[in-house]
Design a protein around this ligand. Structure first.
Ligand code: BEZ
Length: 324
């Protein structure tokens, strides 16, 4: 309930038009493919919203970048051309750098800990500025798994990553991390990743266990480093323009249901992460588990950079310590 109060307070920044027609068919975009946990959660959200609104509302889900990449979808949310999205916090952090604090290396000691951090009041408070800052209303956090490294060739020490073209999701905290590591971070959207690794356009990728396993990103690799170095949060968003035209009742129903379904992804990853990693380890590739010490001074360098870029880092570290 506390979160809803926050959301309502935050959206006071947005001027509501008393005569805006109430949307009945919402469009929700995401970049993940249909079988992905986020896409399934979006479908479940739409089904429950239709049921709870007695059929007044429906949600058409557009997966797999049908509406464009995340930067394009964020623009559409800002103009009201798109109603809703389940989006990587990575993309939103390009416009709201405070959110970069979630990517502090080893902020979470494991996937369940990441879930507890994302369910904290401190995490929820980071959504408050989004209506004014980005033109979207954040309903709550979900996530994908912790980040791992998949590489062609041998990687026995951090020095083996030096100069490697290493695919990253396009956002600054991860770029800073791999620059500190000494790799050559190569921003690349999800659909390009398999072929890029297969044809040698990149030497390595930064990825989560679900996609490494389900999309077979290990196929053209020799080494999997289970590094668990970062969490990868997702956020359920509604266009602030669309939100401004909704009745209080619709806002309450949408915020409750969207928060519930993005939150369900936390449970899915907590339950499934270990199984995917076990299956990846069984592929016959070199599988090595490493921890923070593997990355040498890179983590300290990242922390020094980001303590200046995000004032929320200390607060999230405090939550991490409390919830450990
Ligand atoms: C990625 O860019 O690696 C990614 C994006 C969305 C979901 C999972 C992973």
């Amino acid at each position: 309930m506390k979160n809803f109060v926050r959301i309502f307070a935050a959206t006071a920044l947005v001027t509501a038009s008393a005569f805006t027609a109430q949307a009945e068919e919402f469009r929700l975009g995401l970049i993940t493919p249909p079988p992905h946990i986020w896409t399934k959660a979006a479908g479940a959200f739409g089904a429950e919203l239709a049921e709870k609104s007695g059929g007044a509302h429906s949600v058409s889900v557009f997966p797999a970048r049908q509406l464009g990449n995340e930067a394009e979808m964020l623009q559409q949310l800002q103009t009201g051309a798109l109603d809703m999205a389940f989006m990587t916090v990575a993309e939103v952090s390009n416009r709201a750098p405070e959110l970069g604090a979630f990517y502090a290396p080893y902020l979470a000691k494991d996937i369940a800990h990441a879930g507890r951090i994302l369910r904290s009041d401190t995490a929820a408070s980071l959504l408050e500025p989004l209506p004014g800052q980005v033109g979207v209303v954040g309903m709550g956090f979900g996530m994908a798994g912790l980040r791992q490294i998949v590489a062609r060739g041998e990687v026995k020490a951090v020095g083996d990553l030096a100069g490697l073209k290493l695919r990253i999701t396009p956002f600054t905290p991860i770029l800073d991390f791999y620059n500190a590591v000494g790799a050559a971070p190569t921003p690349m959207p999800l659909p390009a990743v398999y072929d890029a690794l297969a044809n040698g356009q990149v030497d390595a990728i930064d990825m989560d266990a679900e996609l490494i396993w389900v999309l077979k990103y290990y196929d053209h690799a020799d080494t999997i480093l289970q590094s668990d170095h970062m969490m990868f949060p997702m956020v359920g968003l509604v266009s602030a323009k669309v939100w401004a035209g909704l009745s209080d009742g619709d806002r309450e129903m949408i915020s409750e249901l969207m928060a519930k379904h993005v939150d369900s992804t936390l449970d899915s990853y907590i339950a499934k992460e270990a199984g995917w990693l076990e299956q990846i380890a069984g592929t016959g590739k070199t599988y090595t588990k490493v921890d923070a010490s593997f990355f040498g001074g890179a983590i300290e360098e990242w922390n020094a950079t980001w303590s200046k870029k995000s004032t929320s880092l200390d607060a999230l570290r405090a939550v991490a310590a409390e919830t450990e």
